[in-house]
Ligand binder design. Structure first.
Ligand SMILES: Nc1ncnc2c1ncn2[C@@H]1O[C@H](COP(=O)(O)OP(=O)(O)OP(=O)(O)O)[C@@H](O)[C@H]1O
Ligand SMILES: [K+]
Ligand SMILES: [Mg+2]
Length: 727
C-alpha cells in the first residue's frame, strides 16, 4: 500500500524556482559559429610585424636557434660570411651577410608574430580571471542541509581540490568545479564571449562550471575540481602563449626530414670545394654559404612552428581548448564522429512531461510511486518527476512519522534504474524502481512478476516520438508489478541537422551512442539526421565501438558530456568534452568546447585539415622553390671555369655576383611573403582529402617551381640598378 500524500514540506531543492534562462546550451544554429575576436585577414598587419620585431631579435640567441637546425645552419653561415666580410671586405660579401642575417630574423619573425597573437588573447583571458574571496563550506556534505552549514571566507588562491564553496546570484565562481547542489543561471561570457546565460545544475551532465564566470540567479554549491593555477583558463592561457606547446608526431617527423636534408646539403657543399679547387674554380666562403642556404629548406623551416601555433590559435578563437596538438592534427583526418544523445544532440534538459498509468491503475498512484522513487534522485530527470507530481497532484514526500526506514538506490548508467526500498512505520514495506523499460521489466521478472503488453506499447509510443520512457514498478505485499510509464521529454538542438549534413560532405560518418532505448534512439537519430546509432550503450559499449572503428584503421572523434562518456572520450583520437559536462568527461577528453556545441566538430575538423594541408603545401613549396636557385647559383659559381655552363643561366642574370645575391634575397623575402599564409592557413572547402591534396600539391609545387624564376630575375634587375659593384 502506498501512503497517502503528505502535506509536510521537505526542504525543496531549488528546482522549483528554476531560472527563466534559456534551457540548455546554445547550439549554433545553421550559420557559422561566432569566433572570439576578429579573424585576422589575409594581409599581415604591419603593426603586428613591427611589434614582433624585438622578439624576433631576441630569438637570435644560439640557444634558441639550435632548436631549429635548418635556421641554426643559416645563422652559423651568417656569422661565417660576416667574419669573411670583415677580413675581406667587398660589397658582395657585405650584401650577402646582411641578407643572410635578415633570413634568420624573418624566420624568427614568423614565429614571433604567431606567438604575439596568442599573447594578446592570453591578456584578454587573464582579465577574466578572478582573484576574489570565496565562501568555503565547513564540514558540509553533499545532500545535507545548507541553511545551517557554516561558511568561511578564503582567498580564491587558498582553495584546495574538493573544497565546496557557495556561490550566490551576482557572485563570480572562484574556481573550476562541479555543481553539487542547486541549479542556477550562469553568465559565461567571460570565457565564451557569448552573453546568453546557461543553466548549470547538480546531478546531471550539465554540472560543469568554469572559474571566472558569474552566477546570475539562485545559489549553487560548487566542488572545486582544479587547483588554482591549473584551471582550464590557466591551461588555455598557457596554450595560446605557446608556453606549453609540444611538437606533434607529424611535426617531429617533418623536423627529422628537414634536418636530414640539411645534413645532406652541408655535406654536398663541403665536398664541392675540393672538386671546385681541382677544376680551378675555388669558391669563396660567402659563395659556398649562399649556395648552402639556397639549397636547404629554409622556407618551411622558418614557417613550421608558426603554422602549428596559428592552428592552436584558430581553435581558441572558436572557443575550443585543445590539450594537445596531436589531437588537432588527428581531427584533420577524422573518419567517424560519435556523439552521445542527451545534452549533446538534445538540449539535455530532460524533464518529466506526463504520467501514463497502465489500465486499472489510478494516475495518482503512479505519480506517487514515481516521486517516492525520485526523492533522493539528484539527477535533473529525478528532480523533474518530483516537481511534476507536486504540480499535478500536490504530492509531497512522506512526513517524518510515516517513514520507518528507507534506502535509496541511486541511478547508474550501467543498471539504467533508480529507486527506493521503503519500510513504513506500520512495518509494511515496498520496493519501487523506475528506469529504462528493459531494465525495469528485467527487475520485475526477476522477482517473479510479469508485465502486461500495455507497458511495452506505452513505452514504445513515447520512444517513437523521441521521448524517453521511464517504467515505474513496485514490489509490495501485492507482488511485483509495473504501474505505468513516465514520459521524459527532451528537445533536439536547433539547426543541428544542417550541421551534420556538412559533416557528411566532409566525408565523416556520424553515429549517436546513447544509453537510451533503440526506439528513442532511432527517432532522435532520424530527426537529427545522423548516419547511424547505437542504443542501450553502457560506458564500456561506447568505448568498445571506438576500439572497433580504430581497429579498422579509422580515426574516431567523440563528443560527450557525461561521466558515462568518459571512457569513450579517453579512447577516441579526438575527444571533445562539452564545457557544461562533468569534470570526469572534461578530464578524459583532449579538447574542451567552451560553447558546449557538438557541431563545433565541423570547425575542429576544418582547422585540423587546414593545418595539415597548409603544412603539406608549404613543405612542397619550400622544396620546389629551391630548384630555381640552383639555376641561379651553380652557373654563377662555375661560369669562369666552364663557360659552357652559362647555358644553365636560363634567367639571363647579369653577373655571377648579382645572381647569387638575387637568389639569397629571394630566399629571405619569400619567408616574409608567406607569413600571412602560414598564419591564416590554406583555403579549405569540404571535398575529398585526396582531391584537396592533389590540388594543393599541384598549385604549391608548380608555384614553387615557377615563382622563383620570375622573382629572382626581377630582383636581379633591381640589384644591378641599385647596388653598384654587383653588376
Ligand atoms: N534518474 C534516472 N532514474 C532512472 N532511470 C534513468 C534516470 N536517468 C536516466 N535513466 C534511464 O537510463 C537510461 C540511460 O541513461 P544514460 O545517462 O546512461 O544515457 P542517456 O543520458 O540516455 O544517453 P546519453 O549517453 O546519450 O547521454 C536512460 O535512457 C533512461 O532510460
Ligand atoms: K632555401
Ligand atoms: Mg548522457
Amino acid at each position: 500500500m502506498l501512503p497517502p500524500a503528505s502535506d509536510q514540506a521537505i526542504p525543496q531543492p531549488l528546482t522549483d524556482q528554476a531560472p527563466a534562462a534559456p534551457a540548455g546550451d546554445r547550439a549554433a544554429p545553421g550559420g557559422p559559429p561566432r569566433a572570439r575576436g576578429r579573424e585576422p585577414g589575409g594581409f599581415l598587419d604591419p603593426v603586428q610585424l613591427l611589434k614582433a620585431f624585438p622578439e624576433a631579435l631576441r630569438k637570435l640567441h644560439p640557444r634558441v636557434m639550435v632548436k631549429n637546425p635548418v635556421l641554426f645552419v643559416v645563422e652559423a653561415g651568417s656569422a661565417l660570411t660576416t667574419l669573411s666580410a670583415v677580413l675581406n671586405p667587398s660589397v658582395f660579401t657585405w650584401v650577402i651577410s646582411c641578407w643572410l642575417w635578415l633570413t634568420v630574423v624573418f624566420a624568427n619573425l614568423a614565429e614571433a608574430v604567431a606567438e604575439g597573437r596568442g599573447k594578446a588573447q592570453a591578456a584578454t583571458l587573464r582579465r577574466a580571471r578572478t582573484d576574489t574571496v570565496a565562501r568555503r563550506l565547513r564540514h558540509w556534505q553533499v545532500g545535507t542541509d545548507l541553511e545551517t552549514a557554516k561558511t568561511e571566507r578564503v582567498a580564491t588562491s587558498e582553495l584546495a581540490l574538493f573544497d565546496c564553496v557557495v556561490v550566490a546570484a551576482g557572485e563570480p565562481i572562484p574556481a573550476d568545479g562541479e555543481v553539487v547542489d542547486g541549479v542556477a543561471a550562469v553568465d559565461e561570457s567571460a570565457i565564451t564571449g557569448e552573453s546568453a546565460p546557461v543553466v548549470r545544475e547538480s546531478g546531471g551532465d550539465r554540472s560543469g562550471v568554469t572559474g571566472g564566470t558569474t552566477v546570475l540567479s539562485d545559489r549553487i554549491v560548487v566542488r572545486v575540481t582544479a587547483k588554482p593555477g591549473h584551471s582550464f583558463m590557466d591551461r588555455m592561457i598557457a596554450l595560446v602563449e605557446g608556453a606549453t606547446r609540444q611538437k606533434t608526431p607529424n611535426e617531429i617527423a617533418l623536423h627529422i626530414l628537414l634536418c636530414a636534408l640539411t645534413i645532406v646539403f652541408v655535406l654536398f657543399v663541403v665536398t664541392l670545394q675540393p672538386m671546385a679547387v681541382y677544376a680551378g674554380a675555388a669558391q669563396s666562403t660567402t659563395v659556398l654559404v649562399a649556395l648552402l642556404v639556397a639549397l636547404i629548406p629554409t622556407t618551411i623551416g622558418a614557417l613550421l612552428s608558426a603554422i602549428g601555433i596559428a592552428g592552436m590559435d584558430r581553435l581558441v578563437r572558436r572557443n575550443v581548448l585543445a590539450m594537445s596538438g596531436r589531437a588537432v592534427e588527428a581531427a584533420g583526418d577524422v573518419n567517424t564522429l560519435l556523439l552521445d544523445k542527451t545534452g549533446t544532440i538534445t538540449l539535455g534538459n530532460r524533464r518529466a512531461a506526463g504520467f501514463v498509468p497502465l489500465p486499472g491503475i489510478p494516475e495518482i498512484q503512479l505519480a506517487d510511486a514515481a516521486q517516492l522513487a525520485s526523492l533522493a534522485d539528484e539527477t535533473p530527470e529525478g528532480r523533474s518527476i518530483v516537481v511534476l507530481a507536486k504540480e499535478r497532484f500536490g504530492l509531497r514526500a512522506p512526513a517524518e512519522g510515516e517513514l520507518g526506514y528507507s534506502q535509496f538506490v541511486p541511478f547508474s548508467a550501467r543498471t539504467r534504474m533508480s529507486g527506493v526500498d521503503i519500510v513504513w512505520s506500520d512495518r509494511t514495506g515496498c520496493l519501487i524502481r523506475k528506469g529504462a523499460a528493459s531494465a525495469v521489466l528485467g527487475w520485475v521478472r526477476e522477482r517473479g512478476g510479469g508485465a502486461p503488453a500495455e507497458a511495452g506499447w506505452f513505452a514504445d509510443s513515447i520512444a517513437a516520438s523521441g521521448g524517453t520512457p521511464l517504467l515505474v514498478a513496485v514490489h509490495d505485499q501485492d507482488g511485483p508489478r509495473v504501474l505505468g510509464v513516465v514520459h521524459l521529454k527532451d528537445v533536439v538542438k536547433n539547426g543541428i541537422r544542417e550541421r551534420f549534413e556538412e559533416l557528411r560532405r566532409m566525408g565523416i560518418r556520424t553515429v549517436m551512442v546513447t544509453g537510451d532505448n533503440p526506439r528513442t534512439a532511432r527517432a532522435i537519430a532520424e530527426e537529427a539526421g545522423l548516419d547511424d546509432y547505437l542504443a542501450e550503450a553502457t560506458p564500456e559499449d561506447k568505448m568498445a565501438l571506438i576500439r572497433r572503428e580504430q581497429a579498422g584503421d579509422k580515426l574516431v572523434a567523440m563528443t560527450g558530456d557525461g561521466t558515462n562518456d568518459a571512457p569513450a572520450l579517453a579512447q577516441a583520437d579526438v575527444g571533445v568534452a562539452m564545457n557544461s559536462g562533468t569534470s570526469a568527461a572534461k578530464e578524459a577528453g583532449n579538447m574542451v568546447d567552451l560553447d558546449s556545441d557538438p557541431a563545433k566538430l565541423i570547425e575542429i575538423v576544418r582547422i585540423g585539415k587546414q593545418l595539415l594541408i597548409t603544412r603539406g603545401a608549404l613543405t612542397t613549396f619550400s622544396i620546389t622553390n629551391d630548384v630555381a636557385k640552383y639555376f641561379a647559383i651553380i652557373p654563377a659559381m662555375f661560369a669562369s671555369a666552364y663557360p659552357g655552363l652559362d647555358a644553365l643561366n636560363v634567367m639571363g642574370l647579369a653577373s655571377p655576383e648579382s645572381a647569387i645575391t638575387s637568389a639569397v634575397i629571394f630566399n629571405a623575402l619569400i619567408i616574409v611573403a608567406l607569413i600571412p599564409l602560414a598564419l591564416r592557413g590554406v583555403r579549405y572547402s569540404p571535398s575529398s582529402a585526396h582531391a584537396l591534396l592533389r590540388r594543393n600539391l599541384g598549385i604549391y609545387g608548380i608555384g614553387g617551381l615557377v615563382l622563383p624564376f620570375v622573382g629572382i630575375k626581377l630582383i636581379d634587375l633591381l640589384v644591378i640598378r641599385f647596388i653598384p659593384g654587383l653588376g
